[in-house]
Design a protein around this ligand. Structure first.
Ligand SMILES: [Zn+2]
Length: 437
């Protein structure tokens, strides 16, 4: 009963009283007792994945997957990447590290028993706290995806007069960072790759903003795709199977745009992105001075890494993206008038800054003096996640040659994945969820 009251309070806080009632009405229409509607939605998502050549991620609470384990054998989940969405669909934010470890372990055991080797995790309601990424790593999973970035500029342009209630509810529920401040790419925490999701998702658009015309949803998602591409970033879409019938056309249009030949967007499964990011992390530029203001460069790391540079001489590499030129060779000479084509970082600069510069792919070196780097970051400066784009802009606008391992492999300029949180299969699941089961 307590669970039920807690849920009602949660719904009222995040959707309002009327919104809460509407939510119940909508649920009844989206689900059924047999689970046929959700199976059809899952098959539709898997079908789009097959048509466009990637594996969408189906993220399911362990208890729901166990209850409907027949979907593992009837072909519904074929070609989908299954991942964990909690043991039950429970808010993780108030939980301690130990309690979260217990939840994820229990969930993993169920997946193992069902013969599903889950490699990824997303907290229900994206309800992560400061422990969650560490918990997921501790539990041996390859990827975690519950940090949310919000494409605020695009969302606001579709809200007319921004609705304060919606704004407040979304902030309360997801606590998203402004995507304009963040590098649209994963990061590594211990042994886990953290892959951010880009909002607005189907839930914000359809249920909260009432944007339920397929063309209108598609319009917003296509603008997000364009925006992400212009930044060479990663777009992880969220579309719940319960709204697939409303948003399938928008997802299809988005996939058609993403897969246009020559667009340079890598369509990948979440597991592939995680594997790539872990492999890429070993990249290293060995830069040694050569004759008269030139440097010899040796690139170590995966052979399919995309090596690029900014402000390079026009006889080195080919135009790639923005002012970047792509260099196919792994050993080459750069003439730079004596400027070292990497970023210098003072040993007392924040560790998070040095880690971020590496994660963004820039060649870097720790030095207590500026030896003439493309950009030098001294000691005594603050750095947090909201400074990421400011730092990249500083490096890119310095006007000096700098080498970089681009985020995506094989010459891709941007990346795209879709994720689908399957919270309930039947109406009964939803009632169980209210009881915490
Ligand atoms: Zn969920």
């Amino acid at each position: 009963m307590w669970r039920f009251l807690e849920y009602c309070w949660f719904v009222v806080r995040t959707k309002g009283f009327i919104g809460g009632l509407l939510r119940i009405g909508m649920l009844i229409s989206r689900f059924d007792l047999s689970g046929r509607k959700m199976r059809r939605a899952i098959q539709g998502i898997a079908g789009l994945g097959r048509r466009f050549g990637y594996s969408p991620a189906l993220i399911v609470p362990a208890i729901v997957l166990h209850r409907h384990r027949h979907i593992l054998n009837d072909g519904s989940c074929q070609d989908l990447e299954l991942a964990i969405h909690g043991y039950t669909h429970k808010n993780m934010r108030p939980l301690s590290l130990e309690a979260q470890v217990q939840e994820v372990r229990k969930a993993r055991q169920i997946f193992d028993q069902l013969g599903v080797k889950a490699r990824g995790f997303r907290a229900p309601y994206l309800s992560c706290n400061t422990h969650t990424e560490r918990v997921v790593s501790y539990c041996g999973l390859a990827w975690n995806s519950d940090t949310a970035f919000m494409a605020n500029g695009i969302l606001h342009s579709h809200m007319g007069r921004p609705r304060r209630f919606v704004e407040r509810a979304v902030q309360q529920l997801y606590m998203p960072d402004d995507a304009a401040d963040r590098l649209l790419a994963p990061w590594i925490l211990e042994k886990t790759v953290c892959i951010p999701i880009l909002l607005p998702d189907d839930e914000i658009l359809v249920d909260r903003l009432g944007i339920d015309q397929p063309d209108a949803v598609a319009d917003i998602w296509l603008k997000m795709l364009q925006w992400v591409r212009a930044r060479g970033g990663l777009f992880v879409l969220q579309l719940h199977p319960e709204r697939f019938s409303i948003c399938s056309k928008a997802m299809e249009l988005l996939l058609e745009q993403t897969s246009i030949p020559g667009s340079g967007t890598w369509m990948a499964a979440m597991g592939q992105i995680a594997d790539w990011w872990m492999t890429r992390d070993s990249f290293k530029f060995v830069i040694s001075p050569a004759d008269s203001g030139a440097f010899d460069v040796l690139v170590k790391g995966p052979p399919n890494a995309t090596i690029v540079g900014l402000n390079l001489p026009s006889d080195l590499g080919k135009p790639f993206f923005g002012g970047y030129r792509q260099i196919k060779a792994r050993q080459f000479r750069v003439t730079t008038d004596g400027k070292i084509p990497c970023v210098g970082i003072h040993p007392d600069a924040p560790t998070a800054l040095a880690k971020f510069i590496h994660n963004a792919g820039f060649a870097s070196e720790v030095s207590d003096v500026d030896k003439g780097y493309a950009m030098y970051f001294g000691s005594g400066q603050a750095f947090g996640p909201s400074d990421e784009i400011r730092v990249i802009n500083q490096i890119e606008s310095a006007g000096r040659p700098v080498l970089r391992c681009w985020p995506w492999p094989n010459g891709y300029k941007s990346a795209f994945a879709t994720t689908h949180d399957l919270d309930s299969v039947t109406l009964t699941d939803f009632l169980y969820r209210l009881l915490g089961k």
